[in-house]
Design a protein around this ligand. Sequence first.
Ligand code: DOR
Ligand code: ZN
Length: 448
Amino acid sequence: MKPFLIHEATIVNENKKQTGSVLISEGIIDTIYYKKIPRNIIQSSETINAKGKYLFPGVIDEHVHFREPGLTYKADILSETKAAVAGGITSYMEMPNTYPQTITTRALDEKLSLAAVKSLANYAFYIGATNDNLDELLRTDPTKTCGIKVFMGASTGNMLVNNPDTLKHIFSEVKIPIAVHSEDEDIIQKNLQLYRKKYKNNIPVYLHPEIRSEEACYKSTVKAVELANQYNARLHILHLSTASELELLEGRSYSKNKLITGEVCVHHLWFDDSDYKSLGTRIKWNPAIKTRKDREALLEAVKSNKIDTIATDHAPHTWEEKNRDYLHSPSGGPMVQHSLPAMLEMHNRNMIDLETIVEKMCHTPARIFSVEKRGFIREGYRADLVLVNPDNPWTVSKDNILYKCHWSPLEGTQFKNRIEKTFVNGQLAYDNGTINEDIRGKALTFNR
Ligand code: DOR
Ligand code: ZN
């Protein structure tokens, strides 16, 4: 196969935006040209004219739920990686609340084998903590998993870890990133009882952020931060959703020494509680989407480096499930196809700059999880790249949704930008609407 030459793109990488060309050969970023390109290189390559287009490192989505094995009526690795590559995501880290749950080294190995056969994008899997699988966590090979997922608050999948002794062992003994879902279960249950008394089974959806409240998030995050500080653990707080939690995070950009890091999800930056009226359970997530003040504070925290990463928490459920009443509709929604377009639309609305988007969606996930040779446009790195046309508007609709569940909370939204090409290990996985289903991603490797 001829090498690809992505010619004269606007390369956004490592806090710079500059015109340059990238030569991809044998799956690797071979050379980056900022000046003249030798004529023989142009002649021997398949040249892609990228003038006026953005070239980003492929997005590393550190937080997805792809539902395989066991829940494939909602989604599966192939269907969701099709959507992911169409959304500019070239690598993902997937959560353990599948069936069976990924709570043993054996289940982890099985998932890795499944992905090797089915995944179009590069993959890694979390191992889930339970109240009694510490021995499994401790014998997990740190180069085989991105991290340990701890539900300090129950959500879909029933994996609550609430035993103080277990938490102490996890935080003091586990040496790989501990990614936590942080909501206090007692507060949630108390609030739920209160509203059940008042509304019986007809609780309105807009009360979701009162039930899964700010207080529930804050109290649990205080506890997680305390534990991490006490044991010098490597804590990553997932899907931060409130302004108040942000005061618990340090405000400096990620470095090897920053032991406590935080993630925000695209839906918490895009929606706020004024959207429950029109979107109802479609935007029912755990943690809940909260107020406009929270949404704005989260975006500010991204810019001030209190928040380190932007991910999706892509968590598809069927349309039928989502249309049940508040108490029976599961939390979560699909996002991988639309996360980069949504963030770029926020850039279009002057809310965030391109360099920050790349920092939070590509570079920092690679740094936090010590991903080898991905997440940056650097010579010698794997050629995971995404080419975006900043001015080719389109509207999210059933006709172009690729998720197996076939709905999106963003239906009807117009994006000015359009993803044109996504390269996974130098292979063109997505090309202007066409997905190459013949390629397969690789397991992420970790420099630990
Ligand atoms: O909204 C959510 N959905 N939050 C979670 O913690 C789990 C996820 C899911 O798996 O559906
Ligand atoms: Zn999640």
